[in-house]
Each structure stands twice: as structure tokens, then as C-alpha cells.
Design a protein around this ligand. Structure first.
Ligand SMILES: NC(=O)c1ccc[n+]([C@@H]2O[C@H](COP(=O)([O-])OP(=O)(O)OC[C@H]3O[C@@H](n4cnc5c(N)ncnc54)[C@H](OP(=O)(O)O)[C@@H]3O)[C@@H](O)[C@H]2O)c1
Length: 282
């Protein structure tokens, strides 16, 4: 990595300007003294293939992939690793020395590392885990929980059929719970994870009374705008330990930087504070 090379990376999405990734990566580039930049790449879905094929000739080290491209990217890149294949979505692409594109999914890594940084004694097999939602985020969460030995994952989604697809793919330990029974599913839960977009700025709070959830259960949210969602605030008020979704985003930087630049950056409180300061409180 000589000084003659201006390092380039970015995030492809549509829309993409709301992404915190450019701020996060550019903060780290400055901290590591790298000469380069990380840019938001607003790519329409019909332009994803030519945009990805342009990465190598433009000199990009790689890019992150966000909504709505995570599934389509699977079919465009040259190689998809096992994690992305099992999750069924791509979150990160590396341009390899021969110009070919290798894809992975770092959402699962980010989810687990964030939980462990905040709650070092956390174990996926501590008891039933209730996962709300069955979209892309849920797929990464279910994959991580299953890999880490969760014995029972209760999957609750507004559209039951989507949860059933996941249960078939991942097999036991996943069981599907009806949306109307979501309150009851919390009864003896050791962990609750919201993977829906509910609670995000502009969306109503997740409609889930916590009355039956044991107060020792860990409550985690993938939503990070705001950092403390109404769900996390309600859980904190009743004494549950909570983990927000911002750390999941931050920890995904580590495997991405290893693949792009051969560097393992530290996720420091200063980095978190810098990104958090840009997120509106509601
Ligand atoms: N922290 C991180 O690093 C990270 C990583 C990934 C995702 N996320 C966040 O996670 C959230 C979901 O992302 P995603 O990629 O999984 O999205 P997605 O694939 O579009 O899935 C959205 C999920 O939300 C559910 N949902 C939407 N509106 C709902 C409503 N009114 N009531 C109940 N459920 C509703 C959907 O249920 P249906 O199937 O019924 O439509 C689906 O399960 C987003 O806020 C995203 O920013 C964060």
C-alpha cells in the first residue's frame, strides 16, 4: 500500500445519503493516517452490476452494500463466501488483486461482537431467544445465534410466511410464533432482539408490551437511529440490560478493513461518540 495509491472504498445503496458509514470510515482513515476516502455511492438497482464491475478499474479496494442491493449483489460478484450464502445477503465486497469481486456478510460478526463488547458474559444458549422480524437483519441474527449454540430461537414476524421460510432454511432451533402471540413468547425469554424497522426515526415504536419478559433478559435492537429506541428505553426503565444497534454497525468495519486494507481498526469509545453525535435523539 504505497503513498502513490489513493485508497478508495464506499457504500452502495439507494438511497444512501443517510448512511453513517462515510463518516465512520473517514474518521478511521484519518486516525490511521491513510491517504484516501470512503464515499456514498447512490446506485439505482438497475445499475448495480455495472457499478460493481467498475470498482476494480476505478481502483476501489471494495465497498459495503446496503438496502436494496444486498440480495442482488449475491448474483453479480465472482465469489460468495459461506456466511453470505447462508444469510442470503451481501454486506461487503472486496476487490481482489486480480480484479475479481469477493463478497461476504459482516452483519452477523457485527451483531455478536457488539453484544460481547457490551455484555461479555453473554451466551446464546442461556435460554430462549425471541427474534422479532424476518428480513435481512433477522437472517444475520438467526445465523449468528444458531452458530453460537442457541437452543431455541422464537421467530415472530408480522408476515408469518416469511418467518416460516427462515425456519425451514435454518431448521431447529428456530420455531415460528404467531404475531398475535408475541407477548406470550417473551415469558421465559433470556434475550429479545428487534430486527424490524419499527422504532426507527419516522416509524412508530415496536408494538410489543414487555410485561411478561423476565427483567434479567437482554434486550437488543438493530435500529440505531435513534440510538436508544422506544423499545430499549422501555426495557431499561424496567431494569433489563440493553444493547443498542450502533455497535453492530461499528464492529462491521473491522473485517471490512482487514479485507480492503489489511488493517484491524479498534472500535474505541471516541469513534462511537463521533458517530453517535451525528444521530438525532427523539
Ligand atoms: N445495526 C446494524 O448494523 C443493522 C444491520 C442490519 C439492519 N439494521 C436495521 O434493522 C432494520 C431492519 O432492516 P432489514 O434489512 O432487516 O429490513 P427488511 O429486510 O426490509 O425487513 C424489515 C422487517 O421489519 C418488519 N416490519 C416492517 N414494518 C413493520 C410493521 N409496521 N410492523 C411489524 N413489522 C414490520 C418486516 O415485516 P414483514 O415481513 O411483515 O414486512 C420485516 O420483518 C432497519 O432499521 C435497519 O436499519 C441495522
Amino acid at each position: 500500500m504505497g503513498a502513490e495509491r489513493f485508497l478508495l472504498a464506499g457504500v452502495m445503496g439507494w438511497p444512501v445519503m443517510h448512511s453513517r458509514s462515510p463518516m465512520l470510515h473517514n474518521y478511521l482513515m484519518k486516525q490511521h493516517g491513510l491517504i484516501g476516502t470512503y464515499v456514498p455511492l447512490a446506485i439505482k438497482p438497475e445499475h448495480l452490476a455495472p457499478a460493481l464491475r467498475g470498482l476494480a478499474p476505478l481502483g476501489f479496494s471494495g465497498c459495503n452494500i446496503t438496502i436494496p442491493h444486498k440480495e442482488q449483489a449475491l448474483r453479480i460478484v465472482d465469489e460468495v463466501d459461506d456466511v453470505a450464502r447462508r444469510i442470503g445477503a451481501v454486506s461487503c465486497i472486496a476487490v481482489r488483486p486480480d480484479g475479481s469481486l469477493g463478497a461476504t456478510n459482516n452483519d452477523a460478526f457485527g451483531f455478536v461482537e457488539n453484544i460481547l463488547q457490551r455484555q461479555p458474559s453473554w451466551r446464546a444458549d442461556a435460554g430462549p431467544v425471541v427474534v422479532i422480524g424476518a428480513g435481512g437483519g433477522a437472517r444475520a441474527v438467526v445465523y449468528s445465534l444458531a452458530r453460537r449454540g442457541a437452543r431455541e430461537i422464537r421467530l415472530v414476524n408480522r408476515t408469518r410466511a416469511r418467518a416460516e421460510v427462515l425456519a425451514r432454511e435454518f431448521g431447529p432451533p428456530v420455531t415460528v410464533v404467531d404475531w398475535d402471540d408475541r407477548g406470550r413468547a417473551l415469558g421465559d425469554g433470556a434475550m429479545l432482539v428487534n430486527t424490524t424497522s419499527q422504532g426507527m426515526v419516522g416509524q412508530p415504536p415496536l408494538d410489543l408490551p414487555l410485561d411478561t419478559l423476565p427483567t434479567r433478559a437482554l434486550v437488543s435492537d438493530l435500529v440505531y437511529v435513534p440510538v436508544e429506541t422506544p423499545l430499549l428505553a422501555a426495557a431499561r426503565r424496567r431494569g433489563n440490560p440493553t444493547v443498542d444497534g450502533l455497535g453492530m454497525l461499528l464492529h462491521q468495519v473491522r473485517p471490512a478493513w482487514q479485507a480492503w486494507f489489511g488493517i484491524d481498526p479498534q472500535i474505541t469509545p471516541e469513534l462511537r461518540a463521533c458517530v453517535e453525535a451525528s444521530i438525532p435523539r427523539i
